[in-house]
Design a protein around this ligand. Structure first.
Ligand code: PEP
Ligand code: MG
Length: 552
């Protein structure tokens, strides 16, 4: 009899709880393929037919993935499928595979495998970080082609192949999620995710939050412990995984989830507060709108660029921003200006490797050094201002001098540009401790401020926000942090400028009420956390009202 209720610790990346059978995925399938010699011309032509059939099938598949992603997420993110299509149909690559079959008389699997492996090796050996990154696409295409040839799904490793449900009504357990994997599963039927790697800002986290299913990441070696079809609980609230839960635990999880589901659409923010959503895709904005979010407090625009793997034009950005703003039907939507660097490099820009990327060419520093990139984004938002309010937020601003330079660059971009100044609002992120000493002056120059507590904590306590080994030092309840937050709140009140907090701490139980107590009653969290933050603010407001009611 196997042990039950075994608890594994990880990091919560999407809230909620679910109990369901596990489905194990791996992207390391097809490490070896059959190799044999073709005996005659008939076998050679059969193999060439197989190759062309598989190229056709994969083209259709990539076209479908492209269309679905355009509909569900956005054109920019979908472009990666077109890039892969182009590589797959590249004449030189196809001709090399054909030569392996025709001249070396190798079977199609082996021909694809060896040609793609040689490209992968060549790309991996390159210095250029962008081209190195393209090696993943080569692997992805190879897996796709081999999967079709062998009639086995390329990204599946599943002990229970016979009863494998491809994640349908199951919890996906994997090393790390990839875009390609997501296109091969019916993501809307997935119950939860468990990954061995990937922090809260990883793709896994973004996808899981967008789907609104519980997810826990950083569960090391979980793939060795779980077997396909084992029942597991993903507890995205506590960041835990329970392997083989007993009957009582399963019932408890189901009752809690039922309550949560019925309640989440009904709860609204209490009077005088705002619970906004953090977003990085159209899917997130859609989810936020469904949950009646009071607006989007932080749209991390860099993710559109990262997913598209290139810089986007003013026109492309405008379309994207307009779509997001329209979904929120007049509620405020704050677009954070491109915040690259740190853990969010833009590989296609081929930026030199830095020893200290978090203290390097990040956020506003990068924007000031790339005035064309900044100008395109400013103009895209200025175009939006012709239709509705457009809010731009400058990240990682270090002092008033830098803010002045950013505002000058913004004004330069707007010179003789047709826009509606009354609708174009500018804000500053407060996430670099030094900036707090000049906050009064900075607030006079902008319309609003937003506290980026993720980075603020990182720089206040010299602790890497993504490093699992120093996680204890990443204290979201440190008295010094609260002192700093109070000071920011007072300064914003004195300057009569609205301030909200958009770091992950706003979603931590116990914190929303305390933020409200110090005068920060606007907070922005990932969509699935909106109902719980609202619940907390409601009970905090009620307690406060009770205290203020004179006793009879
Ligand atoms: C922050 O730093 O708190 C923030 C919201 O921005 P990001 O997490 O994208 O750095
Ligand atoms: Mg930040």
């Amino acid at each position: 009899m196997k042990n039950s209720n075994i608890v594994f610790k990880g990091i919560s990346i999407s809230p909620g709880k679910v109990a369901a059978p596990a489905c194990l995925f791996s992207s390391q399938f097809h490490r070896t393929v059959p190799e044999y010699q073709l005996a005659n011309q008939t076998e050679i032509s059969n193999e060439l037919d197989r190759l062309h059939e598989v190229l056709g099938a994969c083209t259709v598949e990539l076209d479908t993935a492209y269309r679905r992603t355009v509909e569900k997420i956005g054109k920019a993110e979908a472009d990666i499928f077109m890039v892969q299509r182009e590589i797959m149909l590249d004449k030189v690559i196809v001709e090399r595979i054909v030569a392996e079959i025709r001249d070396k008389r190798k079977n199609a699997e082996h021909a694809i495998f060896s040609v793609y492996n040689s490209y992968e090796e060549q790309f991996m050996a390159l210095e250029d970080q962008y081209l190195k990154g393209r090696a993943h696409d080569i692997v992805d295409i190879r897996q796709r082609l081999l999967g079709h040839l062998k009639k086995v799904h390329p990204v599946f490793i599943c002990e229970g192949q016979d009863h494998c449900m491809r994640g349908q009504d199951r919890i996906i357990v994997t090393q790390a999620l990839s875009l390609s994997m997501i296109t091969h599963i019916n993501a809307s039927r997935v119950k939860g995710f468990i990954t061995e790697h990937g922090g809260p800002s990883s793709h896994a986290a973004i996808i899981a939050r967008t789907l609104g299913v519980p997810a826990v990441s950083g569960v090391h070696n979980i793939m060795d412990a779980i077997h396909c079809s084992d029942i597991v609980v993903v507890d995205g609230d506590r960041g835990e995984v329970i392997l083989r839960p007993d009957a009582k635990t399963i019932v408890q999880v189901r009752v809690e989830e039922e309550k949560r589901t019925t309640r989440q659409f009904a709860v609204l923010s209490p009077k005088g507060t705002e619970v906004l959503a953090n977003a990085s895709s159209i899917e997130d904005v859609t989810k936020a709108a469904q949950l009646n979010a009071d607006g989007i407090g932080l749209f991390r625009t860099e993710f559109i660029f990262i997913r598209s793997d290139r810089l986007l034009s003013e026109e492309e950005q405008f379309e994207y921003y307009a779509q997001a703003a329209a979904l929120m039907e007049g509620k405020p939507v704050t677009f954070r200006m491109l915040d690259v660097g740190g853990d969010k490099p833009l590989p296609f820009l081929n930026i030199e490797k830095e020893d200290n990327p978090y203290l390097g060419w990040r956020g506003s520093r990068f924007l000031l050094d790339n005035p064309d990139v900044l100008a395109a984004q400013v103009r895209a938002l200025a175009r939006l201002s012709r239709l509705r309010e457009a809010r731009m937020l400058f990240p990682m601003v270090v002092d008033v001098r830098q803010l002045q330079l950013l505002l000058r660059a913004r004004n330069d971009a707007l010179e003789s540009f047709d826009y509606n100044p009354a609708n174009l609002k500018t804000g500053v992120m407060i996430e670099v401790p030094g900036a707090i000493y000049e906050l009064d002056k900075m607030l006079n120059l902008v319309d609003f401020a937003s506290i980026g507590s993720n980075d603020l904590i990182q720089y206040l306590f010299a602790v890497d926000r993504n490093n699992e080994h120093v996680g204890e030092g990443y204290d979201q309840d440190h008295p010094v942090l609260w002192k700093v937050l109070e000071e920011i709140s007072q300064k914003a009140r004195a300057a009569k400028k609205p301030v909200s907090l958009c770091g992950e701490m706003a979603a931590v139980p116990g914190i929303p009420g305390r933020l409200m107590a110090i005068g920060i009653s606007s907070m922005s969290v990932s969509p699935p956390y909106i109902p719980t933050v609202r619940d907390e603010l409601i009970s905090f407001s009620r307690d406060r009202a009770d205290c203020n009611t004179p006793s009879p």
